[in-house]
Write a new protein. Sequence first.
Length: 261
Amino acid sequence: MFYLGLAAGYLKNYIKTRLTYRSDFWIEVLSDLLFNGLNLLFILVVFNQTDSLGGWNREQILFIYGFFMIPYGLFSAVFNLYGFSERYIVKGEMDRILTRPAYNLYQIILENLDPAALFSSLAGAVVMGYSWTKLDISWSWYDPFVFIALIIGAVMIYFGVFIAITATAFYSDAPTGIMPLIWNIQNYGRYPITIYNKLLKGLLTFLLPFAFVGFYPAAYFLDPDNWMGYALMTPVVGIVFFILGLFIWNTGVHRYRGAGS
């Protein structure tokens, strides 16, 4: 109850701030939608030149992209720590966080909420719904529960990977580190893994498992005969990487000795 109350308090403060600066909120929403729209336009342009991409047609690619956007938006709404090193390490705000009774990572996440990113999830759901109507996809009674489990697993993968990457700030003085590189790599998860070479397939499956935030779980609905095994591993991979990310974060916090002068 303590943590739920804390989350409610931070959310109220966020709403009050956004009500004061409403234009900023809608500009942010519009910019996110325009960015997603450009990615969607790129897919449509590609399919003006070809009928398939790695054996996948336009509607299937749109379905994968739509699925990808749902966990992406959910994650982006609650994880906005790209300036963590500059704000919390260089400027010393981590010291303030550590003097409070709530779990440090939970506080930091709440301080950087970005609910506007949820519109990306909404846009993804619309794209996926549209492509669903164009595809002959069978639907079983348990598929909604599988869908929810796959989304949760994908979000946990995001958290695990980026919590671990953010935690590198405890070990390095670099202001940004490798965060931009990893953020660019995650975009590969929105396309079928079959279009990549073996090295990239291995990277996106085992080391930085972003294939599990888009392609593999989406392929559960598109081609379960070939991809169900990988798809159903999504929650397992999510749990493993989430635990690993928290371990790296907690180890970094214990290593932290306060802001320098």
